[in-house]
Design a protein around this ligand. Structure first.
Ligand code: GTP
Ligand code: MG
Length: 192
């Protein structure tokens, strides 16, 4: 995919703020600090579009980006960040699942996991939820640059088994590993 334009549209804190014009959307989901924003920036070849931070749990809205004036990336709030106050935690869980369940424009959900670790309980719950609701999804195992080839092969195989999916790509926002493969999946989802 040749990225010719990227544009931040808005942060939405409630359903009434979701964009109304019809365009296919790709959602990015995952634990706080797993590397969602970095994945988006690396796919788009830009540095600071989707804000990356070393303070987890910062992104608490749905953030919409317009790509090539044709489709949207949606950065969903990260889950599993314990230090977020309880009432906020409840709202963002609700906000994210509400969006996933209702949004007609959604053509692909990209769930990001850490290639170094076993999936967390919440990773597994979200994965099950997506499968149960028959949502087209892709798992991206990021931060693969932090592993040796041997470790990566081992962890990748373990993830494939635990998540019971073939729709899994090893990624690195640092080296760009997996970038073309992820784009191919996105392109296919947009065209279908
Ligand atoms: P929240 O929005 O706060 O939930 O975080 P996020 O999931 O958007 O993660 P973010 O992209 O902000 O990345 C978190 C940290 O991980 C940052 O310090 C990134 O530089 C680092 N990081 C992300 N992806 C990679 C990667 O592929 N390799 C390495 N080495 N570091 C990464
Ligand atoms: Mg982020």
């Amino acid at each position: 995919m040749k990225v010719t334009s990227t544009e931040f549209i808005k942060s939405a804190f409630e359903e009434g703020h979701w964009p109304r014009d019809v365009r296919p959307e790709i959602a990015f989901l995952g634990r706080s600090n797993v590397g969602k924003s970095s994945l988006m920036n690396s796919l788009l070849g830009v540095k600071g579009l989707a804000r990356t931070s070393s303070t987890p749990g910062r992104t608490q809205a749905l953030n919409f980006f317009l790509i090539n004036k044709r489709f949207r990336f949606v950065d969903l709030p990260g889950y599993g960040y314990a230090r977020v106050p309880k009432n906020i935690r409840a709202t963002w869980g609700e906000m994210a699942t509400d969006f996933l369940a209702k949004r007609l424009e959604l053509v692909l959900s990209i769930q990001i996991v850490d290639s170094r670790h076993e999936p967390t309980t919440q990773d597994l719950q979200l994965h099950d939820w997506l499968q149960h609701h028959a949502k087209p999804s892709l798992i991206v195992a990021t931060k693969s640059d932090k592993l040796s080839n041997n470790e990566l092969r081992k962890n990748f195989e373990r993830l494939r088994k635990t998540l019971n999916t073939e729709s899994l790509i090893a990624y690195s926002a640092v080296t760009g590993r997996g970038r073309e493969e992820v784009w191919r999946t996105i392109e296919k989802a947009i065209e279908d």
